[in-house]
Design a protein around this ligand. Structure first.
Ligand SMILES: [Fe+2]
Length: 275
């Protein structure tokens, strides 16, 4: 594997791996399509970077060559700052970093959590420090690292938890289609269906803050996507295009793993979506 420090959840080698698995495209098939030797392709999939070969291979995985090469350069993402009524919590789940988020209203001091992560200490500290009442938990999907502390959070706060029906887990209510709600007189949350990484994957779009924000779970990462099984791959990518990358360019994307990013950055630099 490459030895450079990584700024992103996935490096270029992870991206070609996810694309080949999603497309169900073997290395032998890629050899036929690209005219690269099997050895050259195996080297790329083992993380040995050859920029020329990577550029040749990219289109056969429906990846944007320049965006993939830019990822291989490992240039850091443009820093994003969340609005002051939001917080990000990063916790460790079996050695893997996972993000959860909190949104609150200064008007009525109520809060909404997005996913639980693997530890609630920072969330509870934030609620106490800002004298907030947590009323609602929205889950982006049902994978364990995102819902690990569900029962503890519900027991300790009395909040209601919602998740899309296809990802339903005990203790939650099924999210109605086209769900939206107001946190206060300004802030609105709207659920967008983004299945693929998981069948009930949901993105929560927050309007009414100084800048729009979308809590995307593992649908999309900065410069990559959450792994999508072959049967859901093309529709999964389409759902991201239609329900996340169609948002206004300045929208901040808050993924479950890796750095924050924006719609504008991912339209330009995500190898799965750049044109
Ligand atoms: Fe996930």
């Amino acid at each position: 594997m490459p030895t450079l420090p990584f700024f992103f959840e996935d490096n270029w080698c992870d991206v070609i791996g996810k694309a080949s698995r999603g497309l169900n495209c073997s290395l032998a098939r890629l050899t036929q399509l690209s005219n690269l030797s099997l050895k050259d392709i195996e080297q790329l999939f083992n993380g040995v970077l050859d920029k020329k070969n990577l550029g040749i291979l990219a289109p056969f995985l429906s990846l944007h060559a320049e965006a993939l090469l830019a990822l291989a350069e490992n240039t850091p993402p443009v820093p994003c700052l969340l609005p002051k009524q939001m917080a990000q919590f990063t916790t460790s789940f079996h050695g893997m970093q996972v993000h959860s988020y909190l949104l609150w209203s200064e008007e009525n001091k109520t809060a909404i959590a997005f996913d639980t992560g693997a530890d609630l200490t920072s969330l509870f500290n934030k609620l106490t420090a800002n004298q907030l009442t947590l009323r609602t938990l929205f889950l982006t999907h049902g994978h364990r690292d995102h819902v690990e502390k569900l029962s503890k959070l519900l027991t300790q706060t009395g909040a209601e938890a919602w998740i899309a029906e296809a990802d339903w887990i005990s203790g939650t209510k099924p999210l109605p289609k086209h769900f939206s709600c107001q946190l206060d007189s300004c802030i609105q949350i709207k659920a967008h269906s983004t299945p693929g990484h998981s069948p009930g994957g949901t993105t929560y779009v927050i309007q009414g803050l100084p800048v729009p924000v979308a809590i995307v779970g593992d649908a999309i990462f900065a410069r990559s996507v959450g792994g999508i099984p072959p049967a859901a791959y093309s529709k999964g990518l389409q759902a991201i295009e239609e329900n996340i990358l169609s948002l206004s360019p300045e929208t901040i994307l808050c993924p479950g793993h890796g750095p924050l990013t924006t719609v504008e950055e991912e339209r330009k630099l995500n190898p799965f979506f750049a044109k």
